[in-house]
Write a protein that binds this ligand. Structure first.
Ligand SMILES: Cc1cc2nc3c(=O)[nH]c(=O)nc-3n(C[C@H](O)[C@H](O)[C@H](O)COP(=O)(O)O)c2cc1C
Length: 355
């Protein structure tokens, strides 16, 4: 059997975006071969009651999800079970299709196990994505839908884009994520203000009973980020996802001066933001931690700090298709070691007095 190490050597010789598109094509094709799908599900999917939770009224068989941006157009929903993920998040989807920024716009930093991307919400748009999501229903695993405004929509009209997206995509979403934290759409991050967030979540409450979450940037002042998240929760947000990529270019020696950095070099920065937010918000809303996670120990650190779920993107590229399995198996060992019989006992245990 071809190992990921060997495959990676080949893929990493290609331009990163080409490699991604090739991988996407292969993953999509796997739907034509049920035995292969079943083989990978058997191989990678960790099924154990200790990891399973009901969140947002849905069963998450394990806490490790695929972060937004990998499956922007919802072409790989079913296939994510083959990689052992307990849930997946599609998007970011915008109302109209758009090409995104000029290429090249994805860069590898192999030694640092990190990526820098400046995609700018390239996606096929709400209508095509909606059809695909409908076709994937009923889902084999919970699916989040991550939404963002079109590049050409003026900031003062941005609320209209989010309205359209929620109206059109909510029916088949297990949860919806408001993305105003990507660094690759000019002006988007300026929507991370209390006024916009209040208006947005008040509107969302009128439009849907589905859980709507806010995804935040790691570069905000921590106090400001907390104030925004508290406001979002007061106005009806059902969860916080921390964090998106960073524009702290000092993290990589040869960083470009555009785009967002993800992966290992983001890990501690992302944890610090998550931990700061969780100190206040744990117990009040669902918390999802993402940023630089590529092993069970790091996933466990986030869970103990208050994350009910964690997500990976860059780690998946560097560690390969069995990453979710490795994390899930490692989590069970770590829980065992600490005497926990179910993940719910580990979630937030660093925030509450030990039993
Ligand atoms: C190539 C690439 C594209 C991304 N696209 C999106 C996106 O469309 N929407 C979004 O919310 N986050 C996007 N992200 C951010 C990830 O979802 C995640 O928050 C971030 O990469 C940190 O996690 P990681 O270190 O595990 O990659 C993208 C990340 C990468 C690397």
């Amino acid at each position: 059997m071809l190992t990921y190490q060997a495959l990676k050597e080949y893929l990493f010789r290609l331009d990163p975006e080409t490699a991604h598109n090739l991988a996407e094509g292969a993953i999509r094709l796997s739907r034509l071969c049920t035995p292969a799908q079943n083989y990978f599900i058997d191989k990678n999917f960790v099924l154990d009651d200790r990891l399973s939770q009901v969140i947002f009224g849905k069963k998450f068989l394990n806490p490790v999800g695929l972060a937004a941006g990998f499956d922007k157009n919802a072409t790989m929903i079913r296939q994510m079970a083959m990689f052992g993920f307990g849930f997946t998040e599609i998007g970011t989807v915008t109302p109209k299709p758009q090409d995104g920024n000029a290429k090249p716009r994805l860069f590898r930093f192999i030694e640092e196990e990190s990526l820098q991307n400046a995609f700018g919400f390239n996606n096929q748009g709400m209508n095509i994505v909606k059809k695909r999501v409908e076709r994937s229903y009923p889902f084999v695993l919970p699916v989040g839908v991550n939404i963002g405004k079109n590049k050409l929509t003026a900031d003062k009209l941005a609320i209209g884009d989010y309205k359209t997206l929620i109206e059109n995509l909510q029916e088949f979403a297990d949860y919806i994520v408001i993305n105003i934290s990507s660094p690759n759409t000019k002006g988007l991050r300026s929507l991370q203000n209390e006024e916009f967030i209040s208006e947005l979540f008040a509107m969302a409450k009128e439009l849907t009973t589905k859980p709507v979450l806010l995804k935040v940037a790691p570069d905000l002042e921590k106090k400001e980020a907390l104030a925004l998240c508290v406001k979002a929760v007061e106005c009806g947000a059902k969860g916080i996802i921390a964090t998106n990529t960073t524009i702290d270019y000092s993290l990589l020696q040869d960083a470009k001066n555009f785009g967002g950095i993800s992966g290992k070099v983001l890990c501690d920065k992302s944890f610090e933001m998550f931990d700061y937010l969780a100190a206040e918000l744990y117990g009040q809303t669902a918390l999802i931690s993402v940023g630089g996670i590529d092993n069970a120990e790091e996933a466990y650190r986030r869970i103990k700090a208050g994350a009910s779920l964690i997500q990976v993107y860059t780690g998946f590229i560097y560690k390969g298709p069995s990453l979710a399995k490795q994390i899930n198996e490692g989590l069970m060992e770590l829980m065992n070691f600490d005497g926990f019989t179910h993940i719910s006992e580990a979630i937030g245990c660093d925030r509450k007095p030990r039993r």
